[in-house]
Write a protein that binds this ligand. Structure first.
Ligand code: NAD
Length: 485
């Protein structure tokens, strides 16, 4: 099916203007669902980052600084409205770039992006600071100031949603930013720059530089001495490299990294509800969600019943053209990622696993990076397929006998992003939730987000938390003023 919006060529946005790279370099943007070229993207590097950071630094002193909080909040609300006014266009561009079904872009990615601006605009209005009286000797109070120039480095799986999750609180707190979207998904970030300009964000406050990570725009941004902080979402291995680069100027870092999240199903849970949600937590967005529950542990007495129903329902998921309404699973992001994900399916066989569903490119889909929803059994917790992040529509299912055993298995990983627990036993829910090493735990649900709550990972899944006040802790500096009484 042909989408009704044309793909765009992507330029940088620096100091209020759309500009090409100084040397005119571009790279191709590929549609993962068709393998066709969507357009070109300006290829930025050190020079463009230099210009963008200089513009952002200058803009810290300009009209943005002089605006009242109400004026800034009104601009953020306008950004939110404009995103919703351009919902159809943004959703099509997001699906063209990522290969995700259009209904998903329309119902989650884009509306949630708009909501990020609305939420943080409202939140900053209610945010106070602390005061402490030291007997009758002194009065202390804290003032909140922007962190300064902030670099936002983003992944390709939820491009606009995750970019706005960083941009909205960064702007609400009065910062200026340089954004580096993933090279595979440049289009909605480019439209967002236009929307921010149209909403009245002054020149230089938001800057956008396209390009790659290592030896390119990403590394140059992480290295720049005038960038005060980096908010990064992406792979754990990339996070380690950025940390080394950013250490040279001791930047503040907020990290949302990889995950290998357990989905723990006790026999006393409501099986139909479990299956309905587990289909989503396994295969939504082609399994390319950091929060996906790709390690499924099922209490042995419910194991076979779960597996039979889960496989039967997963078989019904339609894989294919992101622009068909019936499509539930679209295309993986790139050829390279397709090979990475399928290499884990081969590894599962070598490790003694049984592929009980999927594992192949669906018949009739020769073009595009499509993969069937894949369910693997017969592996144990020591297998690499169970330990490493695959980031595709691939899950393992493992039975367990006791609560202690499953807690140990769930924690037996260097990741600690999220976990889901299914049980109707109230005491068990609290008991297990308190022992799982993860930053986000859902009981009898998945993916439900209240933006006031802390979001982030433990262990190698992240550093710090974002959401509500936690975002503002990252994006602002607190200065304590002590006055002798
Ligand atoms: P990635 O780490 O390959 O790339 C992310 C971004 O970092 C891209 O913009 C890339 O260009 C840039 N980058 C790469 N190398 C860099 C370098 N040396 N210096 C500076 N920038 C560099 O990640 P990805 O493949 O785009 O995204 C998938 C990963 O993101 C998965 O691991 C997933 O779990 C994770 N993720 C985590 C969360 C979360 O909230 N914890 C959310 C979404 C995705």
């Amino acid at each position: 099916m042909q989408p009704n919006v044309k793909p765009i060529d992507c330029l940088h946005f620096i100091n209020g203007e759309f500009v090409p790279s100084g040397n005119g370099a571009v790279f191709e943007n590929i549609n993962p669902a068709t393998e066709e070229v969507l357009g070109t993207v300006a290829l930025g590097g050190k020079e463009e980052i230099e210009l963008a950071v200089a513009a952002a630094k200058e803009a810290l002193k300009g009209p943005w600084k002089k605006m009242t909080a109400t004026e800034r909040v009104n601009i953020l609300r306008r950004v939110s409205e404009l995103i919703m006014e351009r919902l159809e266009e943004l959703a099509v561009l997001e699906s063209l770039d990522t290969g995700k079904p259009l209904w998903l872009s329309k119902s989650i990615d884009i509306p949630r992006s708009a909501y990020n601006f609305q939420f943080f605009a409202d939140y900053i209005r209610t945010l106070g600071t602390e005061a402490s009286q030291s007997d009758d000797i002194a009065l202390n109070y804290a003032i909140r100031r922007p962190l300064g120039v902030v670099g936002l480095i983003n992944p390709w799986n939820l491009p606009l949603l995750l970019l706005t999750w960083k941009l909205a609180p960064a702007l609400a707190a009065g910062n200026t930013v340089v954004m580096k979207p993933a090279e595979l998904t440049p289009m909605t970030a480019t439209v967002l720059a236009e929307i921010c300009r149209d909403a009245g964000v002054p020149a230089g406050v938001i800057n956008l530089v396209h390009g790659f990570g290592p030896d390119s725009a990403g590394a140059a941004l992480a290295e720049h001495p005038d960038v005060n902080g980096i908010s990064f979402t992406g792979e754990t291995t990339t996070g380690k490299i950025i940390m080394q680069t950013a250490a040279k100027s001791l930047k503040r870092l907020s990290y949302e990294l990889g995950g290998k999240n357990p989905n723990i199903i006790f026999a006393d849970s409501d099986l139909d509800e479990v299956i309905e949600t587990t289909l989503k937590s396994s295969f939504i967005n082609q399994g390319e969600v950091c929060l996906c529950g790709s390690r499924i542990y099922v209490e042995r007495s419910a194991y076979q019943a779960f597996l039979d129903k889960f496989v039967a329902k997963a078989k019904e998921l339609v894989v294919g053209d992101p622009f068909q309404e019936k499509t539930k699973v679209g295309a993986l992001i790139s050829e390279e990622h397709f090979h990475r994900v399928t290499s884990y399916i081969e590894l599962a066989k070598e490790e003694g696993g049984e592929i009980i569903l999927g594992g192949r490119r669906p018949e009739g889909l020769e073009k595009g990076y499509y993969l069937e929803p894949t369910i693997i059994t017969g592996l144990n917790n020591n297998c690499r397929v169970v330990k490493e992040e695959i980031f595709g529509p691939v899950v393992t299912v493992i039975p367990f006998d006791t609560e202690e055993e499953v807690i140990e298995a769930a924690n037996d990983t260097h990741y600690g992003l999220s976990a889901t627990i299914w049980t109707n036993n109230l005491r068990r829910a609290h008991r297990v939730a308190g022992q799982i090493e993860a930053g986000i735990i859902w009981v009898n649900t998945w993916f439900f987000r209240d933006l006031r709550t802390p979001f982030g990972g433990m262990k190698q899944s992240g550093i710090g938390r974002e959401g509500g006040v936690h975002s503002f802790e990252f994006y602002s500096e607190l200065t304590n003023v002590c006055i002798k009484l």
